[in-house]
Design a protein around this ligand. Structure first.
Ligand SMILES: [Zn+2]
Length: 162
């Protein structure tokens, strides 16, 4: 029997030892101990929601002649990763609709804009866009684990809040 909550005390009838994957309980266990462990046994998962916005930008700090220095646009895709316990009642970490609802007011500030004109995005690299979104999203979505900004099908940036 594997217990994932380290504060759970073993039954006096048995004994336990700690392993890298959690506590493992051996021996005769009283019924009330087993019930308690099941109620505290949490499983965690990561859920990902993909959203998008369209915007123009240029990278003013690139060298003369660099193609990204010219004004151009992308269909940016943004993948939001949320980590947390699986709710035993609903069987999910979070409703995807709630993730989308938290993101949309932020992405709407970017959609169909010239990103360079937005405060904080004067140099709108994928990295800076990811940080900009994180700083606005994380206060309302503390379970946020990762933001991935895809500029193209083959180029993306992942930011994890530090
Ligand atoms: Zn670009």
């Amino acid at each position: 029997m594997k217990l994932r909550v380290a504060t759970l005390l073993p039954s006096p009838d048995g004994h336990f030892h700690v392993t890298s994957s959690g506590l493992q309980f051996h021996g005769n266990q009283r019924d009330n101990t087993v019930k308690m462990s099941h109620s505290q046994d949490k499983r965690f998962a990561e859920v990902r929601k993909e959203l998008s916005f369209e915007a123009a930008h240029f990278l003013p700090l690139t060298p003369e002649g660099h193609k990204c220095r010219r004004l151009h646009g992308h269909s940016f895709r943004v993948t939001i990763a949320v980590w947390g316990p699986i709710d035993p009642k609903f069987g999910w970490v979070m409703d995807f609709a709630d993730i989308k609802a938290a993101c949309m007011p932020i992405l709407e500030q970017l959609d169909h804009r010239l990103l360079n004109e937005i405060e904080g995005l004067e140099n709108p690299t994928g990295e800076n866009i990811a940080v900009w979104i994180w700083e606005r999203l994380h206060p309302n979505l503390p379970q946020l684990k990762e933001i991935c900004v895809h500029e193209t099908c083959t180029a993306s940036c992942v930011y994890r809040g530090s």
